[in-house]
Design a protein around this ligand. Structure first.
Ligand SMILES: *Cc1c(COP(=O)(O)O)cnc(C)c1O
Length: 351
């Protein structure tokens, strides 16, 4: 047997997550991974690395709890929000259980489930990208986790709060509801964090990768009640955060760091409004979807051709043509003023 054949069957069949970086491209305008365009500055204040780090560094846990308006026992820190997705599946799903998610949405729910050998059920979002609750209700048998992304990646819209609360009602005692709030800083009022006291089966995913401009740090969070956090504590690696990561994360979560994050968010929202208008004025753009996040989804007549034309000019966007119901759609991260102008210019020259 080859080494590949020795690997688990589900791994042999696995298509790994097509991360923006994995897809490659040689560009000078990178608007495909929903990162912030420029790096904030940090100094390492902790320079001793001979000892193992704190398993859950107190300064980071307390800083995030303060920021999120919860208590430290409601917070788990992990290697990005992505690790939280996998921890939840590993901790809650038996091999015979299933997860449910609603495409078009973030790709890692399926990839993590496939990696763990857990079957997936999908209930597509409605045409206006909302939950199809009757259909979800009909499909809950055997489902241990329901993943919902709000604001949804890649569509950009919020899932209606009333629908999320109804989902929490119908899953109580049966399944975990994971609300992925990776982009919640761009619409902070929409968070479900204040609902945690009412729902022991609610888990919220957060990250420093987007509004906090720290995708390279690999630092994310799960917010939930203490019992759920305790379950995840059992399966997380012993020392998930390297010392330099928790050092920088703690600085990002200081009052000053949070103030800077809020300034960035305000700036991104202004630029998003401008970019949306500019895209809407282009003849080749059929539709720009409203967004509550740091990216926009837009539809062209021939999206793949447009994507390729920009790719060839070193402008790397995210093709969504293969995502369910998103034929000819492209996702673009809000870049700097210059980057956004460059895109609009390139698009106007494409036809
Ligand atoms: C970016 C993102 C995450 C988490 O990213 P990390 O970099 O692993 O923290 C989670 N969910 C969605 C929808 C995202 O877009």
């Amino acid at each position: 047997m080859t080494i590949s054949q020795l690997s688990r069957k589900n791994i042999q069949a696995l298509t790994p997550y097509q991360s923006a970086r994995r897809l490659g491209g040689s560009g000078d305008v990178w608007l495909n991974a929903n990162e912030y365009a420029v790096s904030p500055n940090f100094d390492l204040t902790d320079r001793t690395f001979n000892r193992y780090p704190e398993p859950q560094p107190l300064a980071v846990i307390e800083g995030y709890a303060r920021y999120a308006g919860v208590t430290p026992e409601n917070v788990l820190v992990s290697r990005g929000g992505d690790e939280s997705i996998e921890l939840l599946i590993r901790a809650f799903c038996e091999p015979s259980d299933q997860i449910l998610y609603c495409p078009p949405t973030y790709g890692m729910y399926a990839v993590s489930a496939d990696t763990c050998g857990i079957n997936t059920k999908t209930v597509p979002l409605t045409t206006d990208f909302q939950l199809n609750l009757p259909e979800i209700k009909r499909n809950l048998d055997g489902v241990k986790i329901v993943f919902v992304c709000s604001p949804n990646n890649p569509t950009g819209n919020l899932i209606k709060r009333a629908d999320l609360l109804e989902l929490l009602q119908i899953t109580a005692g049966k399944a975990i509801v994971v609300v992925d709030e990776a982009y919640i800083e761009f619409c902070p009022k929409a968070t479900l964090a204040n609902e945690l006291p009412n729902y022991p089966h609610l888990a919220i995913i957060r990250t420093l990768s987007k509004a906090f401009a720290l995708a390279g740090l690999r630092c994310g969070f799960t917010l939930a009640n203490a019992e759920l956090i305790g379950v995840l504590q059992k399966v997380i690696a012993p020392y998930p955060l390297p010392v330099p990561v928790s050092d920088i994360a703690a600085q990002a979560l200081s009052p000053q760091g949070i103030e800077q994050m809020r300034e960035r968010v305000a700036e991104v929202i202004t630029l998003r409004t401008d970019l949306q208008k500019n895209l809407e004025n282009l003849p080749l753009v059929e539709k720009v979807f409203d967004s509550e996040a740091n990216y926009l989804l837009f539809k062209c007549q021939d999206g793949q051709k447009v994507f390729k034309a920009l790719w060839d000019q070193g402008i790397i966007l995210r093709d969504q043509h293969k995502a369910l119901g998103l034929q000819n759609c492209i996702r673009i991260t809000i870049g700097t003023v210059e980057e956004n102008l460059k895109v609009v210019k390139a698009l106007s020259a494409t036809y």
